[in-house]
Design a protein around this ligand. Structure first.
Ligand SMILES: *Cc1c(COP(=O)(O)O)cnc(C)c1O
Length: 406
């Protein structure tokens, strides 16, 4: 098996034949002509037999999908217009008992979603919406509490869907992906892992037993803050096919240009993530020693509660590129003043970019919650989230030193 550094550079290339481009062209066609009607008929009957219409399959996006599948493993990757579109399709598929299972009286219809309390905000809303429509119940659990997760999975109706992220937003709490996938498997549940924060460079959840892995390609996979996209990868071939069918129904396809940009970004994923992880560790250590900082949340710190779980499952020496810290005694006004002094770090409510980004969870990702609800999650009004980029660490530290000096 080649290293991920090598796979990222080469995966998804069109087989280099004489006279063919060495990189996938941006194919904007929405329809493909077939001179022979029998060939068109075969293509209409099976995606494998050729392209017909772009909502079913299209070559530029397929090159990106092939590269993601090479990095994540699994039976097939399906690209979407955003991370939320990928999660939507993955949850619809995971909740669907499937025609074969239903007809054979096999797997019972999943009527339950066991979900981590700290899921990305839009994902929480989506889960509630899908549960209301499908009649499924939702059990929200502290994903670090394996006993509670097991109890929720075994509760009637047994099975269902387990949905979690490996590193949480913004406090970087760490879930044990292998143990959770095993718990789901033992309970007959299907696990959906949002690995946006971790990327395939740090962990490959399908190899640990997960049923689906989902990414917001807007973040690390694309990596340059210039493409909105998502991708879902299924462990089983029939589940990958179901994802493709679902995408064709929803029409939530990635565009050819965004597919090109996402693949272009993916080529340097290992280099970027390695550097971002180094910078995050450096920033976390520096912040932890700063008198105005009450607490730093980063699993790479020796004293962090999630360090052992992170070290046991992530690429050795890597703890992610997201961190958060509490400004001592600060509320919204002090946080705003601090963030407005930043000159290198950008005030952008996104993450995974080559540029280092700072965000204020209380007015961005967790805006919909009351201060009491945020406090219950441990997110204080002085909490600042950082997505480490690839700039020089000394420049980032100097920027934070200036911002915190006021
Ligand atoms: C951004 C994000 C999403 C949503 O992705 P979009 O591309 O914005 O739709 C989902 N999960 C996590 C963890 C994210 O950070």
């Amino acid at each position: 098996m080649p290293s991920l550094h090598t796979t990222a550079v080469h995966a998804g290339h069109i087989a280099p034949k004489p006279g063919q481009p060495s990189n996938p062209p941006i194919v904007t066609a929405t329809g493909w002509s077939h001179p022979e009607m029998e060939a068109l008929d075969a293509a209409l009957g099976s995606v494998e037999a050729g392209y017909v219409y772009a909502r079913n399959a299209a070559p530029t996006q397929e090159a990106f999908e092939a590269a993601v599948q090479a990095l994540e493993g699994g039976a097939g990757a399906v690209a979407f217009a955003s991370g939320m579109a990928a999660l939507h399709a993955a949850l619809l598929c995971a909740l669907d008992p499937g025609p074969v299972a239903a007809a054979s009286g096999g797997r019972p219809p999943p009527r339950k979603i066991v979900a981590a309390t700290e899921l990305y905000g839009a994902t929480q809303t989506l889960v509630k919406h899908l549960a209301a429509l499908s009649g499924a119940s939702v059990l929200w659990v502290d994903i670090r509490d394996l006993g509670a997760v097991g109890t929720a999975l075994r509760a009637e109706p047994a099975g269902g869907v387990l949905l979690f992220e490996i590193i949480s937003n913004p406090l970087c709490r760490v879930a044990d992906a292998r143990a959770l996938a095993a718990l789901a498997g033992a309970a007959g549940a299907r696990s959906v892992v949002d690995s946006t924060f971790t990327t395939p460079y740090l962990i490959q959840p399908l190899a640990l037993g997960a049923g689906y892995v989902v990414h917001s390609a807007t973040k690390y996979l694309g990596g340059h803050g210039d493409v909105l996209g998502g991708v879902a990868v299924a462990a089983q071939g029939e589940d990958a096919e179901a994802l493709r069918r679902t995408r064709a129904q929803l029409g939530s396809n990635l565009s050819p240009f965004d597919g090109y940009l996402a693949l272009r970004g993916l080529r340097t994923l290992p280099l970027r993530v390695r550097e971002q992880n180094r910078n995050a560790l450096g920033l976390a250590q520096w912040l932890a020693a700063h008198p105005r900082v009450a607490r730093v949340y980063y699993p790479g710190l020796l004293e962090d509660e999630g360090r052992a779980r992170a070290a046991a499952q992530l690429r050795p020496g890597h703890f992610g590129a997201m961190l958060a810290f509490d400004l001592a005694g600060a509320g919204r006004a002090e946080v705003f003043a601090c963030l407005e002094r930043l000159r290198v770090i950008q005030r952008i409510a996104s993450l995974g970019d080559v540029a280092t980004l700072a965000a204020y969870p209380a007015h961005a990702s967790h805006r919909a919650l009351t201060p009491q609800q945020r406090a219950a999650l441990g997110i204080g009004e002085g909490c600042i989230r950082i997505s480490a980029g690839i700039e020089d660490l000394d420049d980032l530290i100097a920027d934070l030193a200036w911002a915190l000096a006021a």
